[in-house]
Design a protein around this ligand. Sequence first.
Ligand code: VG1
Ligand code: CO
Length: 555
Amino acid sequence: TAVKELPTQPIEGQKTGTSGLRKKTNVFMGPNYLANWVQSLFNALGAEIKGKTLCLGGDGRYFGKEASQIIIKLAAGNGFSKVVVGQNAIMATPAMSALIRRKKHYGGIIMSASHNPGGPEGDFGIKFNYTSGEPAPESITDKIYGETQKVSTLKMADMPDVDLNKIGSSKFGDFELEVIDPVEDYMAQLKEVFDFEALKKFVARKDFKMIFDAMHAVTGPYATRILVQELGAPASTVKDGVSSPDFNGGHPDPNLTYAKELVDIMWGANAPTFGAASDGDGDRNMILGNGFFVTPSDSVAMIAANASCIPYFKGGLKGVARSMPTSAALDRVAKGLNLPYFETPTGWKFFCNLMDAGKCSICGEESFGTGGDHIREKDGLFAVLAWLSILAAKNANVPEGGKVVGVKDVALEHWNKFGRNFFSRYDYEEVATDAANKVMAQVADVISKSPKGTKMGDFTLDFADNFEYVDPIDGSKASKQGLRFVFTDGSRIIFRLSGTGSSGATIRMYIEQYSNDPAKYEEDAQKALAPIIKLALELSQLPQLTGRDKPTVIT
Ligand code: VG1
Ligand code: CO
């Protein structure tokens, strides 16, 4: 195919955040905005892309199909010999990671702004996953950003728009396009991790019911195929399983605030035993029991503690990892099982070197991200099947019609063994950037004046710092990853600014406190944490500096 060289000019602000580039949809639809970033990506990757295969897909949000046409022409124009794209430009984030790994493709582009709302008024986003299926490391994203500041030519193949609807291959000169079923490789991957036959038997129990809320986002087709068609759950198991370009006007973020419909079902009369939800691009998960919420920090710890229920982990875990703000519940499991454990900065990319090096089997973030080393992204349906596997194992000897062991029972058993790390996150969304910076400066100021031993409320400071991480595999350093106070009893207060928003600033305040008093295990986290939350709000002066008397979202 002939290649057209089109002149362009750098566009400001194309710096990727925690997970790719996210902006308002209309910004992405502006002249050359998307094309500039994609060309910069290809420039950053350089000569190695020649003759390789690139994968493409996204969460189905508005502008994804148009964006695909632009990306395919740029890929062909820059020397890729083939693009593999999910039917109708669909590919969940974990599915992309599985596809790259299983088929040994060069890498993939995911069109998603994850849980951010979509549509013309919402957000669009793009990110690149590299050869082991992992989100591009900072060494690559820094390079891409450098290229966006000097990009001058777009290399686009002179070819017609392609049909993304019809599965199969087509040729354009020596360039090949293949449209594939976006579920197949992912499901094959999960089948290697879980015992589908055992899960099928468990799901068939008359005394077990579950519900999965796809929130009108990408997991609709995945959950329908896996939970309903493969595992035999009734079709009604998948709620809001028809994906829509604007997520039906919703905010596809699986938490207690935005997945309220599911929460109402799980706290209502005749609630199912098990409930779960996933986000826009299928990498996040929320796990619920009948009237019970599992914090993501606990969920990953409980999956790790019960990993022997999952065939893929039968040989034991190599190690575990969590992001810094995630509670230390996972550390306690690691100590109990005598496993290596790691604390990384926020963002999945930091887990991937550990997994590639065979040092980590299960990892998670407090932000509803859970995963394993079967792929290199967090994986919503993995978490769902992991919990199903745990429930199936715990109920193996419970006769049908007896008292089913539920999610809360698993949690109580865990806390009774390891103690409970009470955890909560307060998000203050769309705060003025200026005010957010003032809060961070105030917190930094308190840190600079608080040596070890400082008394703060009922707590004694062990240390306070701005978290810094040196990757144990390649030695790369990430600094300024969050302001934290760590107290002598292990309690923590952490502040960071979000790196995934598209406008204003989001302040995240993370609170953790450990208890091994069984009388407290069933206490509400907000109640248990009230004194330390008060301390955090006082020391940061957050209410005064932002004018917010309460957060947008509490987890
Ligand atoms: C948030 C979460 C982080 C997660 C990231 C991407 O980042 O805190 O843990 O990895 O989103 O998840 P931030 O910088 O806004 O805190 V997703 O599902 O939005 O790709
Ligand atoms: Co996501």
